[in-house]
Design a protein around this ligand. Structure first.
Ligand code: GLN
Length: 517
């Protein structure tokens, strides 16, 4: 057996099971845990603003749009701030695994609390979600990397698979919580998020033996792991600098990316032709059906692969996971049944474009994961540059598509293809940058404060979310004076500029990574 395989087996101890898609089966336990958690996160998030601005007669709170967006911004910002604390606590005292369970429990209580729909419980719920995510998010990311040797080339591929789990959850959560919240009742939507958070927690808790020593308390950590660590302080410092630089560049990426929830949604709502008739309507209906069922089928296939390896050993965890899935299939088919009893004109909802991102990730992540495992695997900084440039090109497409919109026009009927292509380009960029970023944190940070470094990594998201809201709010002002096209072009300029800069400094960064590819 190779030393690498030996190390891994030592770390995993008696809990080790076979591989799934060439990766340790444990990766897929994390895949599904993260999937349920992101289901809850994105599902709740999709409802938050809609619920707040809905009329009191429609059981909402009748808030002004600006106030609702402010609360939304504060929430999404804070959610990415607490991982620093959760990461630090895990490294220092509790260990990553315990923190994942703790975070999941706190978030389950948070969702349950929100489902009560009284003012106090609503805010209490948001607070619990913010705290819970702090424990959960950085630590589950740490455990993924722990499954591999420190600088392992397989990490990019592993985090890309993990990222597919993230987006499988986002996809299902936005679709199902969104639909149920809006068409059945807000508290059902909020409650559904809680149910799946609980499923995720139980499924992880019951299968955690599979991780052996990985993510254990600092006092119980496998010593060999530390012995293999780089001890040279210059190397450690250099690698931390690289993480800092990469984190800084991701701010530009996410600032542009997060226009999705703001200015790009406004573009979808007011400037695109979404009323379809005749063949186009039928075509859309068919595509939408494939788009809905396809991802669920793909994930079910992954689930079956995992069962094959782990059912005998982690039976109860697998059963809970399977039941969760059966419920998802039921909800999806029920939703489709209700939706498809309509007529032959279709108006594509503006929110529909929101699921395109996660759909494209699920569809393309396997390809990227394979690509990063071949010789066509550029270095991290080059992938980052590519990600930023693709983001810029996406905005250039939007700018081109909106050329016909006059200064200050409040509505238009531009083809929705521009938006679809832009989302596709943004997603390809995301696949070059975001999972790869997680992988590089895992490869470059010392094991002793790995979770804290993930916390710091997510901090750039908090900043970017804030900047996204601030820059997006200029949409009307800029379109009135210079046109909507110019507004989008600004994002092209910023991200392509950042991408080119990244390319220029990439040799410098590579040197400071000291041998990590
Ligand atoms: N979509 C990914 C997630 O939810 C990345 C989000 C982010 O880093 N902004 O984890």
């Amino acid at each position: 057996m190779s030393t690498t395989a030996n190390n891994l087996n030592n770390k995993l101890g008696a809990g080790a099971t076979g591989t799934v898609l060439d990766h340790p089966a444990g990766l897929f336990i994390l895949f599904f845990t993260e999937m349920w958690e992101r289901f809850s996160y994105y599902g709740m998030r999709a409802l938050l603003v809609l619920f707040l601005v809905s009329d009191i007669s429609a059981n909402g709170w009748g808030w002004e749009r600006a106030d609702a967006l402010k609360l939304y911004g504060t929430y999404t910002g804070l959610v990415y701030l607490t991982p620093i604390l959760g990461g630090w606590i895990a490294d220092k005292f509790l260990g990553a695994r315990f923190c994942v369970v703790l975070g999941a429990l706190i978030m389950t209580l948070g969702h349950a609390s929100m489902a009560m729909e009284t003012e106090i419980f609503f805010y209490l719920g948001l607070g619990l979600l913010i705290a819970g995510n702090g424990f959960f998010k950085p630590n589950i990311s740490t455990i993924v990397g722990g499954l591999y040797d420190k600088g392992s080339d397989k990490k990019d591929s592993a985090y890309t698979i993990f990222y597919m789990g993230i987006n499988a959850g986002a996809f299902l959560g936005i679709m199902l919580c969104g639909y149920i919240g809006e068409s059945v009742g807000w508290n059902y939507g909020f409650g559904l998020a809680g149910i799946f958070m609980f499923v995720g927690m139980m499924q992880f808790y019951l299968a955690q033996g599979i991780f052996g020593h990985i993510g254990a308390k600092p006092s119980e950590r496998f010593e060999e792991e530390d012995e293999h660590e780089e001890k040279d302080p210059t190397v450690i410092r250099d690698r931390l600098i690289v993480i800092g630089v990469l984190a800084f560049f991701t701010i530009f990426f996410w600032m542009a990316f997060e226009q999705a929830g703001g200015s790009m949604t406004i573009f979808a709502k007011d400037y695109t032709q979404r009323a379809l008739t005749g063949t186009t309507a039928t075509l859309f209906t068919t595509v939408n059906l494939i788009l809905t069922v396809g991802p669920v089928a793909i994930i079910t296939w992954v689930l079956l692969l995992l069962f094959k390896q782990t059912f005998h050993k982690y039976t109860l965890s697998n059963i809970i996971l399977g039941l969760g899935f059966a419920f998802i299939w039921f909800l999806v088919l029920w939703m489709l049944y209700r939706q498809y009893t309509g007529g032959d004109t279709v108006t594509v909802p503006a929110s529909w474009f929101g699921i395109l991102n996660s759909f494209f990730i699920i569809a393309f992540a396997p390809l990227f994961s394979k690509l990063w495992a071949t010789k066509y695997n550029p270095s991290g900084p080059v992938k980052f540059a590519l990600g930023l440039i693709l983001m810029g090109v996406g905005f250039a497409v939007l700018a081109y598509g909106s050329q016909s919109i006059g200064l200050g026009d409040q509505t238009a009927t531009v083809s929705m293809w521009w938006l679809i292509i832009a989302y596709w380009l943004h997603t390809m960029g995301e696949l070059c940058l975001s999972p790869v970023g997680l992988s590089y944190v895992s490869k470059l940070a010392p094991a002793k404060f790995m979770s804290l470094m993930f916390g710091i990594w997510f901090l750039s998201n908090a900043i970017a979310n804030k900047l996204a809201g601030a820059s997006g709010s200029y949409i009307d002002k800029i379109s009135e004076e210079y046109g909507l096209s110019t507004f989008f072009l600004l994002f092209t300029g910023i991200t392509i500029g950042a991408g080119v800069l990244m390319l220029i400094i990439s040799p410098f960064l590579k040197k400071r990574m000291h041998g990590i590819h």
